[in-house]
Write a protein that binds this ligand. Structure first.
Ligand code: NAP
Length: 280
């Protein structure tokens, strides 16, 4: 189903829904700090915000969007729901309505199953219920998060193709098996923790050398590596300068050699949390 989306450098299209490639991550910001971080991001030009029921900040994110002066259709908003709402259509519909109540908004652009929670055994039914919500006016698109290739194949076998799978990806954790499974199914990959949480990754020569050559920061090189592969990225910062840096990755290019050198950093290690055993 690779005809399902068409990706460009500053946005990717899923069915009829266009998604800006850089979205602001909001975990673990909450309360007034979160509202402020989202407000200043919107002022700097962000048009895609990522939150979740589990971050306990949907209210703060909603407030920033409501107070931004932007039209609701100018901001792409993603949230995710927890395992208590897995199951039939009424459970999932209620999860969407509750998220919207917390946000003070009338629709979501993307609603994700946050974790498959295979022990609960409901994720296939949940995806089916969620897909049914598209077109009701509550959500514009559905998707999944933390679905390993095995989970993805199970829903694909049920005829359910999620437009998006949001998983942990950074140069040290490239999760190529996940990306391959997504791509083969026509599923767009969105990278969470795209900066490797800002640790040793940003100190590496593989990022700092091209950064110096191009007059950029290591974080911009990491994000450019992602978007140059048409991957959605959700970097989180509450700092205005770093937020702006993270959005400003569309007017330079990494060479094939830069890309290959960053590719070679992959440790082959899986995500921090194993979706077969962890979930909420
Ligand atoms: N679906 C899921 O299960 C899941 C799981 C985890 C995360 N997420 C989402 O993904 C988002 C991002 O992931 P994350 O927060 O784990 O990690 P991340 O975005 O990879 O890293 C965030 C860290 O990087 C620093 N940073 C940001 N921009 C920088 C820059 N330009 N230069 C240097 N340092 C920079 C931040 O510090 P400062 O704030 O000081 O700038 C922060 O410490 C989350 O906020 C959340 O929305 C989803």
């Amino acid at each position: 189903m690779s005809h399902q989306h068409h990706a460009t450098l500053n946005g990717t299209e899923v069915s009829d829904v266009r998604i800006p490639l850089v979205g602001l991550g909001t975990w673990p910001l909450t309360g007034a700090d979160c509202t402020k971080a989202v407000s200043q991001a919107l002022e700097s030009g962000y048009r895609h915000i990522d939150t979740a029921q589990n971050y306990a900040n949907e209210d703060a994110v909603g407030q920033a969007i409501r107070e931004s002066g932007l039209g609701r259709d100018e901001v792409f908003l993603t949230t995710k729901f927890n395992k208590e709402s897995h199951g039939g259509e009424s459970a999932v519909r209620q999860a969407a309505e509750r998220a919207l109540d917390r946000m003070g908004l009338d629709h979501l652009d993307l609603f994700l199953v946050h974790w498959p929670n295979p022990d609960q055994g409901l994720y296939v039914e949940t995806c089916n219920s969620l897909a049914e919500l598209v077109g009701t006016g509550l959500i514009r698109a559905w998707g999944v998060s933390n679905f390993k290739p095995g989970h993805l194949h199970k829903i694909l076998s049920a005829g359910l193709v999620p437009p998006i799978n949001q998983v942990q990806v950074d140069p040290l954790h490239a999760q190529r098996d996940h990306e391959r499974a997504n791509t083969e199914a026509g599923v767009v990959t969105a990278a969470y923790s795209p900066l490797g949480r800002g640790g040793e990754l940003l100190q590496s020569a593989e990022l700092s050398e091209p950064a110096e050559r191009l007059g950029r920061t290591p974080a911009q090189i990491a994000l450019r590596w992602h978007v140059q592969q048409n991957r959605i990225v959700l970097p989180r910062s509450a700092n205005t300068d770093r937020q702006r840096q993270n959005l400003d990755v569309f007017d330079f290019e990494l060479t094939k050699a830069d890309m290959e050198r960053i590719d070679s950093m992959d440790t082959g290690k899986g995500a921090r949390l194993d979706a077969d055993t962890f979930g909420h």
